[in-house]
Design a protein around this ligand. Structure first.
Ligand code: GRG
Length: 308
């Protein structure tokens, strides 16, 4: 029996977290040319206790499609680095002006604004350096393009831009379609790309890619809906960041448009669609104990109930 098949889902995700944290630690040792303060700020934000959702998705998708997880580790680090950079910059006074992130003072509070801006910049560049470590180079190039598009002006940054400028807009001038368009880019694109990178690194079949692309689209959307719900219903200590910001800032959010119960229903329906997109793997994977598949299934089941 393959040793991985004897794992339970929590053991599997714990192991992936360990692998990811070790790789992130190794990737941020830097030589003497990196100023000590910059190194500390990068590591402070990157290694803080996040859920590691996106890198887990990279590694799980890779294994689900028959690939070698070891080969996908640089890509898993790269998506977490983009994520960490986006959180550092999002927390800055010019954007969200937050004091708390991952249960700790935000990067600019712990250090200062210039250091936080530069730590984010460094993480953005470092993520592409990580992908440059992939072999063969043609695959590295494809992964770089995939991540650059997801992090760029038409996805992460564009979604963030529209989200910022939707603040203080009347509810009448918005719609569910508009907030969905924002969040498909701001939150969804990196989640979807994490799965796509896993597919690319596994050499996944077209059908596997289509199924995981669909899963990523619905899961990413549901993730944002539950994030909006946490902003209304969550506990700040458990979530580890300041909450009730959407209401304070008159942000367009799912609960603002649909009410809390409506947003919960929307999350459940979107998660059903995510669950359904895994059907291809259920029908085409002979393994009895397919832990990567069970892991994605579990993520769907737990997302609606998440407390952080
Ligand atoms: C500044 C370019 C730029 C983009 C910022 C990430 C982001 C875009 C904004 C953060 C604000 C926010 C609430 C985004 C929606 C969902 C999200 C990305 C939540 C944080 O991700 P988690 O829950 O965090 O995976 P951890 O800390 O667990 O990694």
């Amino acid at each position: 029996m393959n040793e991985k098949t004897s794992f339970t889902v929590p053991q599997y995700t714990d192991e992936l977290c360990c692998v990811i944290n070790t790789a992130l630690d190794e990737a941020t040792q830097f030589d003497v040319d990196c100023p000590v303060r910059l190194r500390e700020a990068i590591r402070y934000s990157l290694l803080a206790s996040g859920k590691r959702l996106r890198p887990i998705l990279v590694l799980t998708a890779c294994e689900l499609c028959g690939g070698d997880r070891q080969k996908a580790i640089p890509a898993a680090c790269a998506v977490e680095m983009i994520h960490a950079y986006s959180l550092i910059h999002d927390d800055l006074p010019a954007i969200d002006n937050d004091d708390l992130r991952r249960g700790l003072p935000t990067c600019h509070k712990k250090f200062d604004e210039p250091t936080a801006i530069l730590a984010g910049d460094a993480l953005l560049a470092l993520s592409f350096e990580m992908l440059g470590n992939l072999t063969p180079l043609e695959l590295a190039g494809r992964c770089c393009k995939e991540l650059a598009v997801a992090a760029g002006p038409c996805r992460l940054v564009g979604g963030q831009m529209d989200d910022i400028y939707s603040s203080n807009n009347s509810i009448e001038s918005g719609s569910i379609q508009i907030i969905e368009h924002i969040h498909r880019r701001k939150t969804g694109a990196l989640i979807r790309t994490s799965l796509r990178l896993g597919c690319l690194l596994a050499g996944a079949s077209e059908k596997q890619q289509i199924a995981l692309d669909e899963f990523g689209t619905y899961f990413g959307l549901a993730f944002q809906i539950t994030d909006d719900l946490l902003d209304v219903l969550g506990n700040e200590q458990t979530v580890g960041k300041r909450l009730r910001k959407d209401t304070e800032n008159d942000k367009w959010s799912y609960p603002r448009f649909l009410g809390v119960d409506g947003a919960k229903r929307e999350a459940e329906q979107t998660l059903k669609l995510a669950e359904h997109s895994l059907e291809y793997f259920r029908n085409n994977n002979p393994a009895q104990n397919n832990i990567p598949l069970q892991t994605l299934d579990n993520m769907v089941k737990h997302l609606a109930l998440r407390e952080k």
